[in-house]
Design a binder for this molecule. Structure first.
Ligand SMILES: [Zn+2]
Length: 112
């Protein structure tokens, strides 16, 4: 049995994940009661994913997400991308956004 290669953790993949997160309307929230972070699913209404965040880790404070991509060992997912974007760890490269996604994403950026 060979192990599946881990997907790469690259700036390009984070840009793609962020673009999809914004386009799909993924949002992150923190519970005022427990301090836990959750992200909404971009595709399933009413579904939330749990993010484990360690703010003292400065470079990549979101350690885990329990979405299907993350459970398959992908270090990059839309939920973590949205958290990093909201907390200024990740910027959107607007020039890399596909034309057909631009209107929706502009709307999301406008309401920030
Ligand atoms: Zn995720």
């Amino acid at each position: 049995m060979t192990e599946k290669p881990t997907k790469p953790d690259t700036p390009e993949r984070w840009q793609e994940a962020l673009t999809r997160a914004l386009y799909d309307g993924v949002r992150v929230y923190q519970s005022p009661y427990t301090g836990e972070w959750v992200a909404t699913s971009g595709s399933l209404i009413g579904r939330f994913y749990h993010l484990e965040v360690y703010p003292s880790r400065r470079s990549k404070p979101v350690i885990t997400c329990d979405c299907p991509a993350a459970e398959h060992e992908d270090p990059v997912c839309k939920h973590r991308a949205r958290w990093y974007f909201d907390h200024n760890y990740l910027d959107l490269d607007v020039w890399a956004v596909p034309e057909k996604m631009m209107d929706v994403i502009q709307g999301v950026l406008h309401e920030r």
